[in-house]
Every structure is written in structure tokens, then in C-alpha cells.
Design a protein around this ligand. Structure first.
Ligand code: ZN
Length: 285
């Protein structure tokens, strides 16, 4: 593997933009969007809906985080790039339709999935979430949907308390939520095996037309919040599993979006391994 030095110069940049209110409303209620804007602009130290610290710049940052993911979807769906990694904050996967929580204001990945369906006319999207926390907001958004498959490996018991194996979707969404909770200390053996033995067959049955990754790196060894032990090489291998799924079903289309990760040095190394795997043609079928 090459080092991080100079890595960013080897990739094309996709500009971000502010997401529109209509785009936020693809997954969030108008009441929650108004509440978030009002509280952030009023100088609240955190959202009243949950543990999400905000500052006056958070509204702009949240709009740019969503807009960056949407521009990446447009670039990948438009065939300009095969895949993309969105280096955005705040993260999104804990944000439910009517509640920001867990450091998340808007659900970047969920909005990206809906945007792909609405703007680009695809039907089925797979979301793969390897953040150490369960992506409760993404699960909630699509729990009764059926067109977006949500797969998550996460630490349990842990924040936010959801994500048991018994949560599998309801109604039209029955069978399109797949949770793989693991105790603290889990690593390559548990998580890569879950990808190979649970995610792959489920994705092959679902046949997604686009794959999104909720790429949290708080599941990396040494993260100050998470208790998993994934290495940078493990993130490369998880990325390759996702690329193979996308290669079989989605013309290789993958958009990965940063979620959690609380060691800056750790995020940098894991993200470098992740984007190198994304950019390696040998790892794509
Ligand atoms: Zn997390």
C-alpha cells in the first residue's frame, strides 16, 4: 500500500453544494428541518432532539454534507466516476426523519438513496453501514420501504440501543433490514465473515442498482469511542466485498460517505486504505 502522502492529489475532486430544502425533505419532516434551522441559528449549544452539539456554522456544514453526497451520486450515476468517497461532516446515520441525534443533523446517506431513486430513476439501493454504532436513522427511514436494503455491523450493547437481529423490516420492507450486532472486541473475524456470509447472499438476492456505504471509522482499533478492532487492511477487504457486489449488480456504482470516527489519525489511515481499495481496478469485477 502506498502512504497517505500525496494521496489526495491522485483523485478527482467533486465539489460540494448546499442541499435544498426539498432535498432535505426527501427524508426529513418539514417540522424537523425548521426546528434544526431555528435552533442552530438561535445559537443553541445542541439540538433539543438529541445529543448533537451544534454551532452557528452547523447549518451550512449540514447542508454541504448532504449536498456533497448528492453531487457524488450524480457523478457516479452519470457515469463520470465509477465510485466516490464523501469526506463530509456532520455524519448522518443516526438522524431519523424527525430527529437529529448522535452528532447527526441530516441523514446524508438516506437522502442520497432517495435522491438516486428520484433523480436517476433507479429503484433499488443497498446501504452498507460499518460504523461501530447502529445506523438507527437509516433503518427507521426505510424500515417499511422495501426499495432500500439496510445492512449494518455494529457493537452491541451500545449507543443508540437499536439494531438487534430481530429488526428485519416491516410490511413492504420485511426482510430488507439486516443487522449483525457484535460485542466489544469484535474485529476482522466477525465482521468480514458477516460481510461474506450474510451481506453477499442478501445483496445478491436484492440486486441493488447503487451501493452506498455509511463509512464510519470508529470501528477501527484504537478509536476512543468504539470497541471494535478493525485494521486498515480490514477496511480494504470490506471495501472489496462491497465493490464485488456493486460490480455484479450495479455497474460498479458505489458512493461512500464518512460517518463516525474519533481518532483523527485513525480516520486518516483507514480512509486512505478505503479509497485506495475503491480506486484499485484489480479489486473490481
Ligand atoms: Zn459511530
Amino acid at each position: 500500500m502506498q502512504g497517505i502522502e500525496g494521496l489526495s492529489e491522485r483523485f478527482a475532486r467533486i465539489a460540494s453544494r448546499r442541499a435544498s430544502r426539498e432535498e432535505l425533505a426527501l427524508c426529513h419532516t418539514p417540522e424537523y428541518i425548521a426546528l434544526a434551522e431555528r435552533e442552530i441559528s438561535s445559537g443553541y449549544p445542541e439540538l433539543s432532539t438529541g445529543d448533537t452539539v451544534v454551532s452557528p456554522g452547523s447549518w451550512e456544514a449540514a447542508l454541504l454534507a448532504v449536498g456533497g453526497a448528492l453531487n457524488a451520486v450524480d457523478a457516479v450515476m452519470g457515469g463520470i466516476h465509477q465510485n466516490a468517497f464523501c469526506v463530509v461532516r456532520p455524519p448522518g446515520h443516526h438522524a431519523t426523519p424527525d430527529r437529529g441525534m448522535g452528532f447527526c443533523v441530516f441523514n446524508n446517506v438516506a437522502i442520497a438513496a432517495r435522491h438516486a431513486q428520484r433523480k436517476h430513476g433507479i429503484r433499488k439501493v443497498l446501504v452498507v453501514d460499518w460504523d461501530v454504532h447502529h445506523g438507527n436513522g437509516t433503518q427507521d427511514t426505510f424500515y417499511r420501504d422495501g426499495s432500500v436494503f439496510f445492512f449494518s455491523t455494529h457493537q452491541s450493547p451500545f449507543y443508540p440501543g437499536t439494531g438487534s437481529e430481530g429488526e428485519t423490516g416491516e410490511g413492504a420492507g420485511k426482510g430488507t433490514t439486516l443487522n449483525c450486532p457484535f460485542p466489544p472486541g469484535a474485529g476482522r473475524k466477525e465482521i468480514l465473515t458477516a460481510f461474506q456470509e450474510k451481506l453477499v447472499p442478501a445483496a445478491d438476492a436484492f440486486r441493488p442498482e447503487l451501493v452506498l456505504i455509511s463509512a464510519g471509522f470508529d470501528s477501527r482499533a484504537g478509536d476512543p469511542l468504539g470497541g471494535f478492532r478493525l485494521t486498515d487492511e480490514d477496511f480494504s477487504d470490506l471495501t472489496r466485498v462491497v465493490l464485488e457486489i456493486a460490480g455484479r449488480h450495479a455497474n460498479g456504482r458505489v458512493v461512500s460517505v464518512l460517518e463516525g470516527g474519533y481518532s483523527l489519525a485513525g480516520i486518516a489511515k483507514a480512509a486512505a486504505a478505503h479509497v485506495q481499495a475503491l480506486s484499485d481496478p484489480c479489486s473490481q469485477s
